[in-house]
Design a protein around this ligand. Structure first.
Ligand code: PLP
Length: 439
């Protein structure tokens, strides 16, 4: 294991030139049109839109379906998991994930299947009641603003939009959000109440928050006394290489910096066991956990402890989870390799795009010449390859430069990933050639 390092530089290191002046590409326009027509004639039906585990990955957890098993309904303290109660979630499972996520078990709650729900509830509670340290509910403020590192996770942005929280984009870097930009924004604007961070193998650019960036985020002065970082560690354990990065320990760092309540961590087993039937976790300071529990108690008598027991029995301990994730890696790593190899082979010679070579997570972010991302999606659709809409990784679905594409290779079989990526490369080149020829 190594501690968090900046993500590998995007390859090629420089962003593609924004001028669109690519005479060699413009001269190849007819050849590329022919290549595209051939691609269309294949009659493909491929999909690179969904960051879902494949059936082979789901099969790794098939044994869960037979657990805990008839007659097994108590946890290791003797609690009958079939009954009401146990709002914090099963200690037996929380202990395993507390070790993996690096915080005391008392500071980690286990809930239902979706961490997104816990994030949504956190913000709803904040809007309705305020958080520890708030003068009044956030919803009573004239405006609530939120820092959204871009490109980012579209569903984070949907939560903000749904709750009337105004999104303020800041750029991502290979070491996480641009912390200088963040610090400048939050220093004197009390309406900025918090930010999203996906610290490990971020969706979609694969970056990892460095120790240094984490320390600055948790210690920077904020005009809002109740500023929160929603630290969505969805991919904490989802390594694609043998180098298994350890996420920065933001909750401890925040406490050391005198801001113990700044960070709320989220994680889940959605991409460890079953995306539709896993277990989600919320971790934070004792005060934040007590605050969340208080509001949760009005909403629920307790989570699905049968599912939590089944997960605890399936894994056994933290090493059981780590071993299980290596099995995922065996299935996923060749697909990501196919993406980056095809991009390097087809686009590398043209200096027309850049992308990240992720060390973990579920996505590759492909940066194409400004103004062509939507055209690439359109061309791909015309050839039977579904891509996530351009702009999806930006608040309100609007990429101001129309240049970022999110690729999700986990779901299709390896051979389909290869074919789809070859097609995507043709579409990127054709869109860039069309642009260059029009100048
Ligand atoms: N957070 C990030 C960054 C994600 O990419 C995803 C799914 O793609 C989720 C959260 C969803 O997590 P869950 O299934 O636990 O709701």
């Amino acid at each position: 294991m190594t501690t968090a390092q900046p993500s590998q530089p995007h390859v090629p290191a420089a962003a593609p030139s924004g001028t669109g002046e690519r005479p060699e590409l413009a001269a190849s326009l007819d050849d590329l049109r022919r290549a595209y027509a051939e691609l269309q004639s294949l009659g493909l039906r491929l999909d690179l839109t969904r960051g879902k585990p494949s059936a082979a990955q789901l099969d790794l957890s098939e044994a869960l379906l037979a657990l805990p098993g008839e007659g097994v309904h108590t946890d290791d303290t003797g609690t009958d998991v079939r009954n009401y109660g146990g709002l914090d979630g099963l200690p037996q499972l929380r202990r395993i994930f507390a070790e993996l996520l690096g915080l005391p078990v008392e500071q980690l709650l286990a809930g239902g299947n979706a961490s997104l729900t816990l994030m949504y509830d956190t913000l709803v509670y904040a809007m309705l009641f305020g958080v520890p340290g708030s003068e009044w509910p956030w919803g009573r403020e004239e405006r609530v603003r939120w820092i959204c590192p871009v490109p980012g996770y579209d569903r984070h942005f949907t939560v903000c939009e749904e709750l009337g929280i105004e999104m303020v984009p800041v750029p991502m870097t290979p070491a996480g959000p641009d912390v200088d930009a963040v610090a400048a924004l939050v220093a004197d604007d009390p309406s900025i109440k918090g930010m999203w961070v996906v610290p490990t193998y971020a969706n979609p650019d694969g970056s990892v928050v460095s120790e240094d960036v984490a320390r600055r985020l948790v210690s920077m002065p904020t005009a809002a006394p109740d500023f929160r970082i929603l630290w969505d560690n969805a991919y904490a354990l989802h390594h694609l290489t043998e180098e298994e990065v350890t996420s920065a320990d933001a909750i401890r760092m925040a406490a050391e910096a005198g801001n113990p309540d700044r960070v709320v961590l989220f994680a889940s087993t959605s991409k460890i066991t079953f995306a539709g039937a896993g277990v989600a976790f919320l971790g934070s300071s004792p005060a934040n956990v007590a605050w969340f529990r208080k509001h949760l108690s009005a909403q629920s008598i307790g989570p699905d402890k049968v599912n939590q027991l089944r997960h605890a029995l399936f894994f056994g301990d933290a090493d059981g989870v780590r071993a299980h994730m290596r099995e995922h890696r065996r299935i996923l790593a060749p697909k990501f390799q196919a993406v980056t190899d095809t991009l390097a082979e087809r686009l590398g010679p043209w200096d027309v795009a850049s992308w990240n070579a992720p060390r973990g997570g579920y996505f590759v972010s492909l940066v194409v010449p400004s103004g062509t991302a939507s055209r690439v999606v359109e061309l791909a659709k015309g050839a039977g390859i579904a891509l996530t809409p351009a702009g999806a990784a930006y608040p309100y679905g609007k990429d101001p430069e129309d240049k970022v594409l999110r690729l999700a290779p986990s779901l299709p079989p390896l051979e389909e990933v290869r074919v789809a990526m070859d097609g995507v490369a043709t579409c990127v080149l054709l869109a860039a050639a069309e642009q260059a020829a029009a100048r």
